[in-house]
Write a protein that binds this ligand. Structure first.
Ligand SMILES: NC(=O)c1ccc[n+]([C@@H]2O[C@H](COP(=O)([O-])OP(=O)(O)OC[C@H]3O[C@@H](n4cnc5c(N)ncnc54)[C@H](OP(=O)(O)O)[C@@H]3O)[C@@H](O)[C@H]2O)c1
Length: 276
């Protein structure tokens, strides 16, 4: 699996596997299939309620732990220093692992609370409980405040990114600060059908003898954004990682770039308050 080098020297696979909205045996089976198909980055979260099944699949996979890159996330209710630290220990226990490769603040809250939680992530990083730390759903202003006060810059910002929401400015800001963008919902999540029926995407896929999903993921990969598609279907799990045998040309890139509509399908973190 190809990798990118994060700002602390850790290598992260260029594509990962998502596990949102899968639980128990379905989560276990899909992660087992994903690892068999060649995925090495597995993305879960405290909030998904599937860490136990994901961890079991990782441990049963037969792939050495150091060859896998396991990411989990700190949920909003635990955004504090002690609660953040306790939350990772609880996640590790559910996963049955000694460390994770990436620990992420799942949703931002007010700046001061983000910072307290981030201090917990930094302490866990220095103790070797996580090899990299990151944030998710962080916009410019969240990142600016964090970068002003953080001891170490995050390695990753995981945000909704796909052909209809291309995040070029956010990516540029992140790149200038040595932060990699990870694309969640790279196939537009529950609106996947709408994306995959787009004419431009269908035409580009036909031209390359690939599927629309493969082109959508390849486009992100070529922009050095790490997509983490989810599927509970064996054939699609394999399809989504089979994107290394073709390349988009300038004409494709221009047409696909024009699909951007700034369309967010997940809530805007600034206007989405979760009851704590
Ligand atoms: N940080 C955050 O706040 C956040 C939020 C959302 C997601 N995430 C992470 O990002 C991952 C990906 O996002 P997501 O799961 O919301 O959406 P996604 O990966 O964009 O789309 C998943 C949907 O697309 C379908 N699908 C997958 N591959 C397909 C293909 N080749 N052809 C047709 N349909 C296909 C899946 O159906 P089947 O399963 O039936 O195949 C599922 O309905 C998540 O699983 C999670 O790990 C993070």
């Amino acid at each position: 699996m190809k990798t990118i080098t994060l700002n602390n020297g850790v290598e992260m696979p260029v594509i990962g596997f998502g596990t949102f909205r899968t639980k128990d045996e379905e989560a276990y089976e899909s992660v087992r299939h994903a690892i068999d198909a060649g995925y090495r980055l597995i993305d879960t979260a405290e909030a998904y309620g599937n860490e136990e099944a994901v961890g079991r699949a990782v441990r049963d996979s037969g792939v050495p732990r150091e060859e896998l890159f396991v990411a989990t996330k700190l949920w909003k209710g635990n955004l504090g220093y002690m609660s953040g630290r306790r939350a990772l220990h609880a996640s590790l226990k559910r996963l049955g692992l000694d460390y994770v490769d990436l620990y992420i603040i799942h949703w931002p809250a007010e700046d001061e609370r983000n910072l307290r939680a981030y201090r917990a992530l930094e302490s866990l990083y220095f103790e070797g409980r996580t090899r990299t730390i990151g944030v998710s759903n962080f916009s410019f202003h969240h990142l600016e405040h964090l970068l002003e006060h953080a001891e170490i810059a995050p390695q990753v910002n995981q945000v909704e990114t796909h052909l209809r929401l291309q995040n070029e400015r956010l990516q540029e800001f992140c790149m200038m600060n040595d932060i990699y963008l990870e694309a969640y919902a790279p196939l537009m999540s529950s609106r996947v059908k709408e994306l995959l029926e787009d004419e431009t995407l269908l035409e580009t896929a036909k031209k390359h003898g690939k599927t629309p999903a493969q082109v959508a993921l390849r486009y992100l990969l070529e922009r050095e954004i790490v997509p983490i598609p989810k599927s509970a279907t064996k054939q699609r799990i394999e399809e989504n990682i089979d994107i290394f045998d073709f390349a988009l040309d300038e004409t494709d890139r221009k047409a696909l770039r024009e699909m951007n509509k700034g369309l967010k399908t997940f809530p805007d973190p600034d206007n989405f308050l979760i009851d704590l």
